[in-house]
Design a protein around this ligand. Structure first.
Ligand code: GLU
Length: 281
């Protein structure tokens, strides 16, 4: 499919996972990659686009800083790691973006931020104000306070919700897989790559079920659920490999990279219908 029209996208959400911004062996921040991401996002901003970054990595960076070798064993330890890591991650983003004269803002959310009407409106207004000020919002789940009942659980879903909340027209999910296949390409040599998904039907959902990615909390299934939220809200979504971050340029220049999930705005779209559980005030 001709993707030239992607060049006209104005409000773009980019999601990057923990494994893409940390070194696999040490778990420490992969500064050269983060630097490259920052440079590319600044470049998009410089073309007049509005950019929002959804970045994971709080827990990974935090656990490394406090000297844990494995995954945190308790909820409290995980929350503590996130508190340490989120601050450190933001310091890195703030410093690197500052080199290009770009200001960033930290926005941390839980599912409750979206479920409670007042806080959802506040969050939307804050994003809109930040974008007007040409500040790049750097978003993550508020892992320090979120527990099972109120968490999104993965940043694929969070990034789609952010895209819907701010009325973005494009969501780019950078992943350790280069898009959607008919089956798991690591197990089935006959698995075919899907270039474009027009509608997310049962066949597409079935394709996502067998394919889990190695790291991070979102497998292909969560990416397809994220696409459903983004597409229904009116945003196109592209899943592409984060291996070479220059793919971000390819995507916004309309080249055929990754799998494109086409937007089909549901006029009755209500974000709240896509969230389950949570507690109210
Ligand atoms: N919010 C988590 C973190 O920053 C990551 C969640 C995810 O990878 O989807 O560590």
């Amino acid at each position: 499919m001709n993707r030239e029209y992607l060049k006209d996208k104005k409000r773009v959400v980019v999601k990057i996972g923990s494994s893409s911004i940390t070194h696999p062996k040490t778990g420490k921040p992969a500064l050269a990659r983060i630097e490259k991401l920052v440079r590319i996002l600044t470049d998009l901003e410089n073309t007049g686009k509005e950019v929002i970054l959804v970045s994971s990595g709080a827990i990974a960076v935090g656990r490394n800083l406090i000297g844990l070798t494995g995954k945190p064993s308790t909820k409290e330890l995980k929350q503590a790691c996130a508190a340490v890591g989120q601050a450190s991650l933001m310091t890195i983003y703030q410093r690197l973006f500052a080199e290009y004269g770009i200001k960033v803002a930290q926005v941390l959310m839980t599912k409750n931020t979206m479920i409670v009407d007042k806080s959802r409106h506040n969050a939307r207004n804050t994003f809109s104000e930040l974008l007007k000020l040409h500040v790049i919002p750097v978003v993550n789940e508020n892992d320090t306070v979120s527990t099972d009942e109120i968490e999104f659980g993965d940043n694929d879903t969070l990034s789609a919700i952010v895209a819907a909340l701010v009325g973005a027209d494009l969501l780019i999910l950078l992943s350790d897989i280069d898009g959607l296949y008919t089956d798991d390409p690591r197990k089935n040599p006959d698995a075919r790559f899907i270039d474009t998904v027009e509608y997310i039907d049962d066949g597409i959902i079935a394709m996502g079920k067998g394919v889990g990615t190695d790291v991070g909390s979102g497998g292909m299934f969560t990416k397809i659920s994220a696409a459903r939220i983004a597409n229904d809200s009116g945003a196109d979504m592209v899943i592409a490999s984060s291996e070479n971050l220059e793919v971000i340029y390819d995507i916004v220049e309309g080249r055929n990279i990754g799998t494109l999930f086409l937007a089909h705005k549901n006029e009755n779209f209500h974000l709240i219908d896509y969230l389950s559980g949570g507690c109210s005030d």
